[in-house]
Design a protein around this ligand. Structure first.
Ligand code: HSE
Length: 313
């Protein structure tokens, strides 16, 4: 029987311009690390959280990584106690699925440590328990890509979450810039319109379908034309200094498309080569710096693996 596990769970880009709450993909970095140990003390004890300046709660039921564990212990009748360390390797409120990474990391780690044999489909509802705490709503567009890896479509949420894995072209690259400001997902959801004009809905669902078709057909032109968001981006981009200039810089560098990552402030672009993705990152950074903000840039392919074990002993 193993006693301790350390896992990595990746950041993710959700919405992907046109697919608010229904699409996301995982990226290689950044990501969170979770350590679990079997303990004699019943329940879940969070012993350490690093990388977030003491802002996350140590009470398991209030913590995005603690809630999934409590739910698993309860529903699966697990009798041993669990100690957890959470190492945040990405900023809170970044639009990179930070809370989802912690929730997925915890659920994945417990499954592996106790050899529970749960499938990804079975782990998903537990991980979503954590996301609910963080954003006040049930959306799986960070949790599902983080857990499954790759590009994921959430076709619907009722009666169960219907996750569809979409194959992506091999040479599809993502550039993400994270401006050094924070946006709360809860707040960024409150400012969204409750209803939208039918004409906007038509544009949006045409693009959503177009993006999925473009990925499956490996048609970069179609992918690029579909990376448009007429519903969410016009509202939320106002929260990101220099958004229009960052987007223009990405498009001028040859990116296929560019929009807000999740609820922001991170901005992502997709490109059809590594060279374009790297150049795009440099241009986005220069554009952001003109607005007096620095930004961390990440370039990777779509991460096909999801969470992984770093150490099991
Ligand atoms: N789809 C979510 C949103 C992702 O944009 O609010 C952020 O968690």
């Amino acid at each position: 029987m193993k006693n301790e596990i350390r896992v990595f769970a990746p950041a993710s880009v959700s919405n992907i311009a046109c697919g608010f709450d229904v699409m996301g993909f995982a990226i290689d970095e950044p990501g969170d690390e979770i350590v679990l140990r079997i303990s004699e003390r019943p329940g879940v004890t969070i012993t350490k959280i690093t990388g977030e300046n003491g802002r996350l709660p140590l009470e398991a039921e209030l913590n995005t990584a603690g809630a999934p564990l409590l739910s698993m212990i309860d529903k699966l009748h697990i009798t041993c106690g669990i100690e957890m360390e959470i190492h945040k390797k990405m900023p809170l409120g970044s639009g990179l699925g930070s809370s989802a990474a912690s929730a997925v990391g915890a659920a994945f780690a417990l499954n592996e440590l106790l050899d529970l044999g749960l499938s990804k489909e079975e782990l998903l509802p537990f991980a979503i328990e954590g996301e609910k705490i963080a954003s006040g709503s049930v959306h799986a567009d960070n949790v599902a890509p983080c857990l499954y890896g790759g590009f994921v479509l959430i076709r619907g949420y009722n009666p169960i979450i219907d996750v569809v894995e979409i194959e992506v072209p091999e040479n599809l690259y993502c550039t993400v810039i994270h401006p050094q400001i924070e946006i709360s997902t809860k707040e960024a959801r409150k400012i969204l319109p409750k209803t939208i004009p039918l004409s906007d809905a038509i544009t949006q669902w045409g693009n959503t379908a177009g993006l999925v078709a473009g990925l499956l057909k490996k048609d970069f032109g179609l992918i690029g034309r579909s990376l448009q968001d007429v519903v969410i981006e016009p509202v939320r981009s106002m929260l990101i200094p220099g958004f229009d200039e960052i987007k223009k810089a990405a498009m001028d560098s040859g990116a296929l498309g560019c929009s807000i990552s999740g609820s922001g402030p991170s901005v992502f672009a997709l490109s059809s080569s590594l060279q374009t993705a790297v150049e795009t990152g440099k241009s986005m950074k220069t554009a952001l710096e003109r607005f007096g903000l620095s930004g961390e840039v990440y370039v990777s392919k779509i991460n096909k693996n999801g969470p992984r074990i770093i150490e099991l002993k």
